[in-house]
Design a protein around this ligand. Structure first.
Ligand code: NBG
Length: 817
């Protein structure tokens, strides 16, 4: 990316005040005196949108008329975070906003807080999509994000009196939402069900019902690029007229039923992280947004043309399939080309395979989606025919490549047997040009294990693009103090658009003055977080203790259990004097995690963490030495507050299970040290920051495999390490359940007999490395030097770099002229 200095504000403070007033008057209809923080928020957002409007329309025009291929990022999730400050930053208006709002008698922070965070994603996958579209706009690459405007985003998490997770619906659209522009004039019809008939020798799909996909457009402003791309989220509306007859018979519910059912399609985000639910509605959602998006792209790129030449389609736009959720797009494009535009099979296949690419985000076999043939046949009968035909052609192709019948059989897109299924990852691999994993290790494991047969026969399809995060949101907005220090240290703010410039900080790790300033920034961030936590969650966190954080979805493979077991062992050791009280390094541990509502073990782990927190925080024996906090409802906003205040970050998944992780990048860039396993992007982070600046522990992928092979017996580890035995025994004996021995029995039984992710086997090395961590922390200058080196050496993990890698390795396109 070409480096940019911060953009210049298009307005003065005085002008911006007038613009806000105008919006208050003509949009909200309130006077300045009547205006609440929420009014000011809406008014200033609308005013900011107006400043983006010209760039948005020119970008759209140039996207269509220019000869640069655009990117279509198809994703079931976009976890955008709040919009206002991000737009202000990218326009160069942050200080004008602050001053204008103050002049109008409001606190800028409260105004920003009035924005309701849209939770249209579950975790890393959705947040990655948001970082990617931010980077594409900042690079000036024409791009569309395509997804779903769910009415209900990821559930709101609360904890009940027993510490259990309670899910509340997140009806985010109940609040005024100034960013989305509903465009009823550009809706698309999406159909389902019915049957396929032959007419004049051609297959004709006669669907049973249709919904109207209405686009809601969000502007995606680039940082200092003058470009504004589009995030187009589809909302489902009914076509069916209200059935007046039924209504008159006062059967109101029956009368509105068709509308309600159609609109259900975009009603909820599935709250799963990496395990699919075999739900019909989910397949409907996938087809709904993908079909609407493909038709939309044809509308956009061939305006007013009845019979466009779609052999040029792959030169206009390249579609990235973000995991398997949008893969139904492959048979849909085939159907459009063959049935709607009359192309023959080979031409259609050529266009389709050139148009799509697939990113895999997992290694968990249960997360690779498969759909029953019966279900697809029922919902999308024509697509099932096409998928079968793709499967037949593909098997023919394979016969030309290998004689190994078993291998060919293993690679079937449609499986055989009584309950045949469609393997979406295989369909994506066969139907696209490239397949990529999201970190070096992950991409290697995809080739060696998950998609081995494919990579053997189509080695050129496979590539890696390591994930990244946007420095605008996750450094500049989240951590203004560090940002100012970086700019001071480098003598420029160009690092915000060329993050590798952070390397210039490396020599400053030896400059004691700079190290002290860095330490002050971290301390100030800790104080700020303590204040925020007190205000928002009501707990006291002592900023003079080490801030140690583990935030991510709750999943067994991520091993929150390992952290909690080590924490209990620590608690016991302080309490029974195994460690001398004076030798204890005071620590405050923060957890943030949502569990899928149906994921029993994950929810029980949440309950355990909350109860360990309750017991530890109320025990005078460990007061001032150990505290545990679990703020509910971890989201982008909480991430932006907590990450800059963290000193030690936990990335402790079982090796070979976390595809990449992106939290790990955010923490390192904000000057936290990582304790982690050799998994996902940890491997690359450690390579870059240096082994001596990363706390590595635990088994490698090969060691994990060998141990499975040999026969894993977790009880052995329980017997071998008294710390571990003590921790598990305390959980069993009711220490964290008011004496009840049954509460956590399922967790204990699992650890001692199955422990699929080998938490127990890694316990000893994890507990041992804590001594090293604490020794270093006792030397603040050394700790902070290493933290600076983490910042200086992780510029690679900018999502700008990820986008450049996609452009070069997969998309073969670039910025608009
Ligand atoms: C997640 C992985 C993470 C990875 C993100 C973004 C899914 C299916 N996968 O390790 O678990 O960082 O994707 O690539 O959500």
């Amino acid at each position: 990316m070409t480096e940019q200095t911060a953009p210049k504000s298009p307005v003065t403070t005085e002008q911006f005040i007038e613009e806000i007033k105008e919006q208050l008057k003509y949009n909200q209809g309130v006077t300045v005196e009547q205006a609440t923080d929420a009014d000011i928020y809406v008014a200033s957002s609308l005013a900011v949108r107006r400043h983006l409007m010209d760039s948005w329309t020119t970008t759209q025009k140039d996207t269509v008329e220019g000869n640069t291929k655009a990117v279509g990022y198809l994703s079931a999730e976009f976890l955008m975070g709040k919009q206002l400050r991000n737009a202000l930053l990218n326009l160069g208006m942050l200080s004008e906003f602050d001053d204008a709002v103050k002049a109008l008698g409001h606190d800028p922070q409260l105004v920003v807080d009035a924005e309701y965070e849209p939770g249209l994603g579950n975790g890393g996958l959705g947040r990655l999509a948001a970082c990617f579209i931010d980077s594409l706009a900042s690079l000036g690459v024409p791009a569309f994000g395509y997804g779903i405007q769910y009415k209900y985003g990821i559930f709101k998490q609360e904890f009940d009196a027993e510490g259990k997770q309670v899910e509340r619906p997140d009806y985010w659209l109940a609040n005024e939402e100034p960013w989305g522009h509903i465009d009823y004039n550009r809706s698309q019809k999406v159909s389902f069900g019915g049957s396929v008939v032959e007419e004049d020798g051609k297959k004709v799909w006669k669907p049973a019902w249709s919904v109207r996909a209405v686009p809601v457009d969000y502007m995606v402003p680039g940082y200092a690029s003058g470009r504004v791309n589009t995030l187009r989220l589809w909302s489902a509306k009914s076509y069916d007229e209200f059935d007046l007859l039924t209504f008159n018979k006062s059967e109101y519910l029956d009368a509105v039923k068709p509308q309600v059912e159609a609109e259900n399609i975009s009603k909820i985000l599935y709250p799963e992280d990496s395990t699919p639910q075999g739900k019909r509605l989910r397949l409907e959602q996938q087809y709904f947004f993908v079909a609407a998006s493909l038709h939309d792209a044809i509308r956009v790129f061939y305006p007013g043309q009845d019979k466009p030449d779609l052999t040029t389609f792959p030169n206009k736009i390249t579609f990235q399939l973000n995991d398997t959720h949008p893969v139904i797009g492959i048979p849909e494009l085939m159907r459009i080309l063959i049935d709607e535009y009359g192309y023959d099979w080979n031409t259609a296949w050529d266009i389709t395979t050139k148009t799509f690419n697939y990113t895999c985000h997992t290694l968990l076999p249960e997360a690779l989606e498969v759909w029953p043939v019966d279900l697809i046949s029922e919902l999308l009968p024509r697509h099932m025919q096409i998928i079968n035909e793709i499967n037949d052609h593909f098997l023919e192709e394979l016969k030309g490549l290998t004689r190994d019948k078993e291998r060919i059989n293993r690679m079937r897109i449609v499986t055989e047997g009584d309950y045949p299924q469609v393997r979406m990852a295989y369909l994506a691999t066969a139907g696209g040009s490239h397949v990529n994993g999201v970190a070096e290790l992950h991409s290697q494991l995809l080739k060696d294990v998950t998609l081995r047969d494919f990579s053997d026969l189509f080695p050129k399809k496979f590539t890696n693009v390591t994930n990244g995060v946007t420095p605008r949101r996750f450094i500049r907005l989240a951590n203004p103090r560090l940002s100012a220090l970086i700019t001071e240290g480098l003598g420029t703010d160009k690092w915000l658009s060329d993050l590798e410039l952070l390397q210039g900080l490396a020599p400053l790790a030896n400059d004691d003055e700079f190290v002290k300033k860095f330490a002050e920034v971290k301390h100030a961030n800790k104080v700020a977080f303590a204040n925020f936590a007190k205000d928002r969650y009501g707990f006291d966190a002592n900023p003079d203790t080490m801030f140690n954080t583990m935030v991510k979805r709750l999943h067994e493979y991520k091993r929150q259990s390992l952290k909690i077991l080590a924490l209990i062992a620590r608690y016991a050791a302080i309490k029974n004097g195994t460690i001398n009280a004076d030798d204890v390094l005071p620590r405050t541990v923060f957890f943030g995690a949502k569990a899928a509502p149906g994921y029993y073990m994950a929810k029980l782990t949440i309950q355990l963490i909350n109860n360990v927190a309750r017991v530890v925080n109320n025990d005078p024996d460990v007061k001032g030495k150990l505290a545990v906090h679990f703020p509910a409802n971890y989201n982008v906003r909480l991430a932006q507050h907590l990450i800059p205040a963290t000193e030690l970050d936990e990335q402790i998944s079982q090796a070979g299970k976390e595809a990449s992780g992106t939290g790990n990048m955010k923490f390192a860039l904000n000057g936290a040290l990582t304790v982690g396993t050799l998994d996902g992007a940890n491997v690359e982070i450690r390579e870059r920051v240096g082994a001596e600046n990363f706390f590595l522990f635990g088994m490698t992928v090969d060691e994990v495999d060998a141990l499975y092979e040999e026969g894993y017996n977790p009880a052995k580890y329980y017997e071998a390490d008294p710390r571990l035995k003590m921790a598990i025994d305390m959980i069993s004996n009711g220490t964290f359940s008011d004496g009840d021995r049954n509460t956590y029995a399922p967790l204990v039984a699992d650890w001692l007999t199955k422990d699929y992710f080998m938490t127990l086997a890694d316990f000893t090395s994890y507990a041992d490395i804590q001594y090293q961590i604490e020794d270093l922390y006792r030397n603040p200058m050394e700790w902070n030097r290493k933290a600076i080196l983490n910042v200086a050496n992780t510029g690679f993990f900018s999502s700008d770099r990820s986008m450049e890698d996609y452009l070069e390795r997969i998309w073969h396109t670039g910025p608009l002229a």
